[in-house]
Design a protein around this ligand. Structure first.
Ligand SMILES: Cc1cc2nc3c(=O)[nH]c(=O)nc-3n(C[C@H](O)[C@H](O)[C@H](O)COP(=O)(O)O)c2cc1C
Length: 333
């Protein structure tokens, strides 16, 4: 079983990939989408989205990172894939899932699911352009307006030579609303002879167990679930292996947040200091009550010093609670 960290534009960048893969349990990462129009992009664009290009396309803990391209024209996508490979990419992922209006209006992402032959053409051109040992993978939803043509799209990807496909088990029209339709993934898995990676709405080990049972898939991609519970992949793997595992406590999360905050602060003007941290806390508060408290504390803070202090206090409070024998809320799995 492999666990993938989902690509998330504006959220999962190389800082987050480094921290999350460092925890463990993640086997593959995918970059945020790189939009392709008619031009072949310069190396610095690929390197901005994927600084791991400087380190054999692996995170510091050695987890491979795939480069994701998005666009509607076969030739420019294929040429950019070749370019990415020439500067060190070792796998190319193609985006057929993005629901954003601006992206769909410019003929990219999920809108291509309306025309399976176009998805076929893009994958086929890319497959033919890059060396055979480089995986060309596709990430798609179950459809655009509805979920009626997911088999056609999956077959198109397969026949075009995709190495494997990840399916976010919802249509574009479903947005991010639960549920995810994991049962459709079982149909796809039956219809094609390449790995199908199940994605969508896996927030907990129990969700994973149900998704595995319903989708019949062997590989899984986790997005928001990993952001809200950074060791979810380890929890899942411990469950599968039947070994004991003690979920990460808040103090460990907080130390990681501190590193993230220090690393990302200089990217932003003082007015926006802490924005990335607040964004992550917004996911974490689903799983950790302490994240909610910290989020409320810092949401109006504008200086690094204020935020640093709030984080130190949060670590201390957590340590004190544990020293006083107050059980961590997280249940062992
Ligand atoms: C903020 C955000 C940004 C995303 N950006 C991308 C992206 O760049 N490429 C992509 O293929 N999917 C993108 N997705 C979709 C996720 O990769 C994933 O398919 C989706 O969140 C469902 O998985 P989850 O329920 O585990 O989060 C994004 C999702 C979110 C919420």
């Amino acid at each position: 079983m492999r666990i993938f960290l989902a690509p998330m534009e504006g959220v999962v960048d190389h800082f987050l990939r480094e921290l999350l893969t460092n925890i463990g349990g993640i086997d593959v990462c995918v970059t945020e989408f790189i939009r392709v129009n008619d031009q072949v992009l310069p190396p610095k664009v690929f390197q901005r989205f994927c600084p791991e290009l400087f380190t054999q396309c692996k995170t510091p803990s050695g987890v491979p990172v795939r480069i994701q391209l998005l666009g509607g024209k076969p030739e420019p996508i294929a040429l950019n894939a070749v370019k990415a490979v020439s500067i060190g990419a070792n796998a190319i992922d193609l985006n057929f899932g993005c629901p954003a209006k601006t992206v769909n209006k410019s003929d990219g992402g999920a809108c291509l699911l309306r025309t399976p032959h176009r998805l076929y053409d893009i994958i086929k051109a890319t497959r033919q352009a890059v060396p055979a040992h480089i995986p060309v993978t596709a990430k798609m939803r179950l459809g655009f307006e509805d979920r009626s043509n997911y088999l056609e799209n999956a077959l198109a990807a397969y026949e075009a030579g995709a190495t494997e496909i990840t399916v976010h088990a919802r249509s574009k029209a479903d947005g991010y609303r639960p549920p995810a339709y994991w049962d459709s993934l079982a149909d796809i898995k039956q219809a094609i002879d390449i790995p199908v990676i199940a994605n969508g709405e896996i927030w907990t080990v129990d969700d994973f167990i149900r998704c595995k049972e319903v989708s019949q898939c062997d590989d899984f991609m986790l997005g928001r679930g990993l952001l809200s519970c950074p060791d979810l992949a380890l929890q899942i793997k411990a469950r599968e292996a039947g070994t004991d595992y003690q979920p990460m406590e808040w103090s460990a999360i907080c130390h990681m947040l501190q590193r993230f905050f220090d690393a990302t602060t200089e990217q932003y003007s003082p007015r926006h200091v802490g924005n990335r941290l607040k964004q992550w806390l917004n996911y974490l508060r689903r799983h950790y009550p302490e994240a909610q408290i910290l989020f409320e504390q810092i949401k109006r803070y504008r200086t690094k010093a204020e935020i640093d202090k709030a984080m130190t206090d949060s670590i201390c409070t957590s340590a004190q609670l544990q020293a006083n024998g107050v059980a961590d809320y997280a249940e062992p799995v």
